[in-house]
Every structure is written in structure tokens, then in C-alpha cells.
Design a protein around this ligand. Structure first.
Ligand code: TXA
Ligand code: MG
Length: 319
């Protein structure tokens, strides 16, 4: 199959209506979308990504009214958060109605829903009469795409069309929230920080993000978001090994004077670093290096999300 890249919204709509899969831009990362109500279409997503069927998918909608038939209720605590952040980088787990196919939730009672904040995709969603199921548009376990060329590099030949939407301006996946009893819990750190959610609900949300044995959400799997080139944290005991062709990714400044490097935000801005992170990993991964080192981030706001992704990305390369 030849993969095309373009801005033809009508063509994307035709493919989706025909139960084909299309990569779509969002403000977080590119998604691999299909009709979220048709099992045959949804199965094509799992196949193209090599993703296990036990891993549930997020449904994307153009507005809150469109979500209502697919859920039983939106609890007050969560409504406060969605009122603030939708359209945006927030995914909410809610009790599902019978209209949601089991393959979407992998048999769970809750469905993950989101209203993305990208004008092209909001336009697309409002012109369809079904929600779009869309995981990140990368092969299972690999780095998420923040540019159409990342999708093309990783999924060429496996999907018919990539809808061009530029460089995703957030660059990290959505934050996943839901209720645990009568308290808000965070299931995946994302581009809305714990601090931002705490500010709205008035207490510290429970964190349910690390689980190696029961990966309820794929973002919880220990080895994830990984480049093909070995990636390690740049720690204080680091020594330059001249026998190895090495790349470096720094947050704000190069503090060891090396050549092959990317600086994520010269002004030390966490949002800017977040936007550039996956692009830096993709481009270093294309350089045929032996090793990539990346600096740890401060454990605050988006720094915490970045460290979470890097811990998973480095896990399989640790000794
Ligand atoms: O920013 C994002 O959320 C992007 C864009 C495309 O919207 N999507 C994304 O999807 O990151 P994905 O499939 O790569 O990650 C979604 C996460 C997975 O960890 C999945 O297991 C979890 O959400 N998830 C989805 N439905 C769930 C459910 N019903 N219960 C628990 N976890 C769920
Ligand atoms: Mg993903």
C-alpha cells in the first residue's frame, strides 16, 4: 500500500467512512484514526501498530454533547476539569454505554474519551457521524509522532493516508484522569500537569501511573516510548566513551561541551522542551548513533511527565 501525505479533508473523510485508517494531527501527538463504532475498522489500527488487543483505545469527539450517548454520566468533579481543559490534552475514563464496542475498551467498563484541540481534526470530527478511535500513530512501544514525517517513517506502507497538520504544539500525550471512589485519580501523566489539576479540584489527585504487572493503560508498560538506538540518562557518573558515536539531548544548556547535541529549550521552558522532545528522539534515532544520552528533567510540572516517558524509554537499555 502506498502511503500519501496531504491536506485533503474530503479524502480523509471518504477513507474513514469506508472503514479505512487515517493518521490525524492533534495538539498532543498524531493519532491513527478509524471509525470508533466499527470493529473491522478498529482492528486495522491494532494491526498497523502491532498493538495487543488487550490495550484499550481513546475515542475522540468534536464536543461534549457528542460524547453523552456513549457514557452513563460525567461526575461533577470531572466536569470541573473538562470544563477547563476541553478541547484539549485531557482524556477522561467514564462508565460506558452499550453503544461503545467492547474492542474499544478491551472489555473494561470505562471508556476513554477526549476532545482534541487541533482545528483540522475538530473540523474532521464535526463532519463525521461517529467518534474516532485513535491511539498514537506509532508502532507499539516506539516513540510517538509529533510531525507527519515521523508517522511516514514509522508506518509507510501500512496506512493509506496521513492528514498533514504541522508540528503538534504540545508534543506529549494527553493526561488521563478518572474517579477512584470519590476522588480524582491520574492514570497517565501528560501535558496537563498534576499542579494544574490540583488547582481545580483543591486536593492532590491520586497517582495510579506505575504498574508493571497489570498494564491497564499502555503508557504504564515499563518499556515504552523507546527509540531503536540505546537511550540512557545523562547522570553525574557519566564518562565520554570515544569508541562510541554518541548523541546528547539537553534541557537548557550543553554542560559537557560535546558536538552531536540537541538543546530542547534554551530558555529553560518546560512547554517548549515538551514540544521538542519526541522530535529530538526521532531525529537522533535517524543518525545511526551507537548511543544517545538525555538529561533528567526537574521533577515538577511537565518535567515530571518528561521524566516518566524517559524512564520507560530508557528501561530496556539499562544494565
Ligand atoms: O494524546 C493522546 O492521548 C493521543 C492522541 C492521539 O489523542 N492518544 C494516545 O493514545 O496517546 P494511546 O492509545 O497511545 O494511549 C492511550 C492510553 C493507553 O495507555 C490506553 O491503555 C489507555 O489510554 N486507555 C484507553 N482506554 C482505556 C480504558 N478504557 N481504560 C483504561 N485505560 C485506557
Ligand atoms: Mg501511545
Amino acid at each position: 500500500m502506498k502511503t500519501k501525505v496531504g491536506s485533503d479533508l474530503d479524502y480523509a473523510i471518504k477513507l474513514l467512512n469506508d472503514e479505512e485508517i487515517v493518521a490525524i494531527p492533534t495538539e498532543t501527538v498524531y493519532g491513527l484514526a478509524a471509525n470508533g463504532l466499527k470493529e473491522t475498522a478498529i482492528r486495522k489500527i491494532f494491526e498497523a501498530k502491532g498493538r495487543p488487543l488487550t490495550n484499550p483505545l481513546i475515542l475522540h469527539f468534536p464536543n461534549t454533547e457528542a460524547i453523552l450517548p456513549f457514557i452513563l454520566e460525567l461526575p461533577e468533579e470531572l466536569k470541573k476539569i473538562t470544563d477547563k481543559f476541553w478541547p484539549g490534552s485531557l482524556t477522561v475514563l467514564l462508565e460506558k454505554s452499550n453503544l461503545v464496542p467492547d474492542i474499544i475498551t478491551a472489555g473494561h467498563q470505562r471508556v476513554a474519551v477526549r476532545i482534541p484541540n487541533h482545528s483540522i481534526t475538530l473540523d474532521l470530527l464535526s463532519r463525521l457521524n461517529f467518534p474516532l478511535a485513535a491511539p498514537s500513530a506509532n508502532p507499539y512501544g516506539k516513540i510517538s509522532p509529533t510531525k507527519s514525517e515521523h508517522v511516514l517513517k514509522q508506518l509507510a506502507g501500512k496506512i493509506p493516508y496521513i492528514l498533514e497538520g504541522g508540528f503538534c504544539n504540545k508534543g506529549l500525550e494527553s493526561t488521563i484522569v478518572g474517579m477512584e471512589g470519590n476522588q480524582v485519580a491520574i492514570y497517565r501523566l501528560g501535558c496537563i500537569s498534576i499542579e494544574q489539576i490540583q488547582k481545580i479540584i483543591g486536593y492532590e489527585p491520586k497517582l495510579q501511573i506505575t504498574s508493571e504487572n497489570s498494564p491497564l493503560t499502555s503508557g504504564m508498560v515499563k518499556h515504552h516510548y523507546a527509540p531503536s538506538t540505546p537511550l540512557l540518562f545523562l547522570d553525574s557518573d557519566f564518562k565520554i566513551n570515544n569508541a562510541k558515536k554518541t548523541g546528547f539531548i539537553f534541557f537548557q544548556k550543553d554542560f559537557i561541551g560535546v558536538e552531536n547535541k540537541i538543546i530542547l529549550s534554551v530558555n529553560g521552558n518546560l512547554e517548549e522542551a515538551a514540544q521538542n522532545l519526541y522530535d529530538a528522539l526521532h531525529s537522533m534515532d535517524s543518525e545511526k548513533l551507537d548511543l544517545i544520552y538525555i538529561e533528567r528533567f526537574p521533577e515538577t510540572e511537565l518535567g515530571r511527565t518528561i521524566n516518566d516517558r524517559l524512564k520507560r524509554a530508557t528501561a530496556k537499555f539499562e544494565k
